[in-house]
Design a protein around this ligand. Structure first.
Ligand SMILES: Cc1cc2nc3c(=O)[nH]c(=O)nc-3n(C[C@H](O)[C@H](O)[C@H](O)COP(=O)(O)O)c2cc1C
Length: 219
């Protein structure tokens, strides 16, 4: 095995204040992110979306295989087709597929099968996971990698003042058909991106977080 080429990590990010201050400030920003289901129709420039995708694409991935594709939909007719197909799956979900516990857990969020945000949001970013590379090569830790990239995407959008929803109208195979994606691309998340509507409300139940000592263990 030959030695890898290495570079000095000279352009690393060095904040201008102590790490705890910067970490707290970032928390204060991220803490205000909410999943939004009421979008304004105000447009968002393609260039902005490109920066969001660049940020997502900077995420770590298993063996740096970058097993993702982000299909960014702004065409109204395509958004309409996606809404119709998603609402069909969601009706099936709410009426038949979801068990009682799931419906009980969703009740405080007030979600239902109607998804007007799929047409209102100026962009729908559909994150696909690649089950193999475009050249046929293997990929590793797919879900972990694409999940991280989507987390970066949500953070970047929020940082830019944009709202997102992490939407999973399962099963999502209709997205391959509508968007003409090949079989090795599997839909992962459907993420509307835009500005929150002026009269946007969010469920109280979405804000609560378990206390830190329940989710953090120091050994
Ligand atoms: C993997 C995943 C799937 C989700 N799917 C949906 C969905 O299909 N529809 C929806 O309205 N919200 C969905 N959500 C949003 C959650 O309901 C939301 O993140 C949670 O209630 C916390 O609210 P917050 O994002 O405002 O903090 C999903 C979130 C995640 C992480």
């Amino acid at each position: 095995m030959h030695a890898p080429d290495l570079l000095p990590y000279a352009d690393r990010h060095v904040p201008a204040a102590p790490a705890s201050d910067i970490a707290r400030a970032f928390f204060a920003t991220m803490h205000k992110r909410r999943s939004v289901r009421m979008f304004s129709r105000e447009p968002v420039a393609q260039e902005t979306i490109e920066w969001l995708i660049r940020t997502a694409h900077s995420a770590p991935s298993g063996a740096n295989k970058q097993p993702w594709r982000f299909v960014c939909v702004q065409d109204p007719a395509t958004k309409r087709r996606i809404r119709i197909a998603a609402e069909q799956e969601e009706r099936e979900f709410y009426e038949r597929r979801a068990n009682d516990e799931w419906l009980k857990d969703l009740a405080p969020l007030g979600t239902d099968a109607d998804k007007p945000f799929l047409e209102d949001a100026p962009w729908l970013i559909v994150a696909f996971q690649l089950t193999k590379c475009d050249d046929g090569g293997q990929v590793y830790y797919l879900k972990e990698s694409v999940g991280l990239a989507c987390g970066f995407l949500l953070a970047a959008a929020h940082h830019a003042g944009l709202a997102t929803l992490t939407h999973t109208p399962s099963p999502m195979a209709f997205l391959n058909d509508i968007l003409g994606r090949p079989a090795h691309e599997r839909p992962f998340l459907l993420i509307p991106v835009g500005y929150a509507a002026d009269d946007c409300v969010v469920p109280k139940a979405a804000i609560a977080r378990r206390p830190l000592d329940e989710v953090m263990v120091i050994v």
